[in-house]
Design a protein around this ligand. Structure first.
Ligand code: HEC
Length: 135
């Protein structure tokens, strides 16, 4: 009986931890990167994806229509950005420019900035789902 209590207590604790995690999204980029990304985006992406990332010739890159229910991961989106975009010059930007654009996309999807910059190689392997955080 005692063992059962321990199990249910630890289950409750891990559920609570899971909920806490869901309500506070991870910090994946710095505010400087997002700022640089806004410029790089305006010059290389906005003509097809819209100045506000709501879509144009290309699909929306922010909001529920971008990631809702598609099971997209940070790595999957970053790979699409850095290998296939801009459509007119796939892979044509520098790693720093792609990192900055990804920071901007994350910011526009409601992710908060933090102390650790987004890193090209790490972002490519990031299996964490990219979920629109509202707003
Ligand atoms: C010349 C127009 C054009 C430009 C410039 C362009 N894109 Fe795209 N993009 C598209 C089109 C069209 C698609 C959809 C077809 C495809 O996936 O190839 C797309 C798809 C995407 C996707 C996949 C979206 C999804 O829902 O699967 C991402 C992410 C993306 N673009 C990001 C960018 C970024 C970031 C830039 C700037 C570096 C950029 N694109 C520049 C036209 C463009």
């Amino acid at each position: 009986m005692k063992a059962l209590t321990v199990i249910s207590v630890s289950l409750t604790a891990s559920l609570a931890a899971g909920m806490a995690h869901a309500s506070s999204p991870p910090t994946l980029y710095t505010v400087e990167q997002a700022r640089a990304g806004a410029n790089t985006y305006a010059q290389n992406c906005a003509m097809c994806h819209g100045a506000d990332l709501k879509g144009g010739v290309g699909p929306a890159l922010a909001g529920r229509s971008f990631v809702a229910g598609r099971g997209a991961t940070i790595g999957g989106v970053f790979a699409a950005v850095s290998q296939q975009m801009p459509a007119t010059d796939p892979g044509g930007l520098s790693h720093a420019q792609y990192e900055a654009i990804m920071a901007y996309i994350l910011q526009k999807n409601g992710y908060p900035a933090g102390a650790t910059p987004i890193n090209y190689d790490k972002a490519m392997k990031d299996a964490v789902p990219l979920v629109f955080q509202g707003k």
